[in-house]
Design a protein around this ligand. Sequence first.
Ligand code: MMA
Ligand code: CA
Length: 316
Amino acid sequence: MATSETSENKAKQTCNELEIQEDFTTDIHPLYSRMSRFTVREELRSRPNRLAAIILGLLNVVFILVITGLSVHIDRVSETHNTLTLNSSRISSQLAHLQSEHSSLTESRKTLQNKLDEDTKKITSLQQNLNTMTKLKNDLSSQNQNLQQEKRKLQSQISNLEDNCGRCLPNWVLMNNTCYYFAVSDAVLRKSWAAGRQECKKNGADLLVINTKEEQEFIVDTLKTLRYNLRFHYTNGFWMGLKDDHTEGTWKWLNGTNMTAGYWMPGEPNDDNAAEDCAAVYPAAHPLRAWNDAPCSYPLKWICEKEVDITPHNPQ
Ligand code: MMA
Ligand code: CA
């Protein structure tokens, strides 16, 4: 609206100027004056056209500006599009690269997992082998210990046999100039205290009398050496020459001496049922806790003892 009012004012102003010009030219030449009037009239008639032309021109300018703006915008959009296309192809190529890396890594992971599984199996198998070997080693070590013990026993027997040669009866053991008989053989039946003593006497000996701690240890060790290493049961005892049948609780050796040091098992002697007056020695774990009192009529094994034969030892 403001633009059209301005154009109208401009047209009025032009018209006034032309009228003034007309007045001004009246004094000049009549022909010229006519011509001028004609021109002015023509010009007055073409005023709307000029306005339209101006408007069109302005529209044209605006249009050109818009076109130019749009063109610039399109260029920018196109540039952005190109950049995005470039980025998109780069991203696609990176994606393809990453996918290929991913599949290669997945493959590697599978291979490593398989290797891990195999190694785990191997470790388990090795662990089992190790356990078996350790068990075997322990078994062998224990066997070795047993064999060493066996060897010591056999060496002691050999040394006894050598020492015994010509001094003690066969199957008797020599120790400190004394021969001992241990009725360990399964072929020898158990007997009462008195019957056992009789067996000793048949060979010029008597039941065992223990005089020292060393002799006690020797007796128990020899019982174990002779494989009479059974778990404790009163029937596994060996009669000794020790009784308290004269006065209960007063233990006397066959040689008439009172017992001073006793190597009783814990809780013994207990005179069980007030009927235990004879003492027996056992192959006990602790050699100084190895005696028990039992009824003299009980069938047990026995140990005989006698001084070494006068016959001089004459090794070949
Ligand atoms: C028990 C215990 C001993 C006793 C025997 C035999 C198995 O041991 O009481 O002291 O001598 O029985 O009667
Ligand atoms: Ca007893």
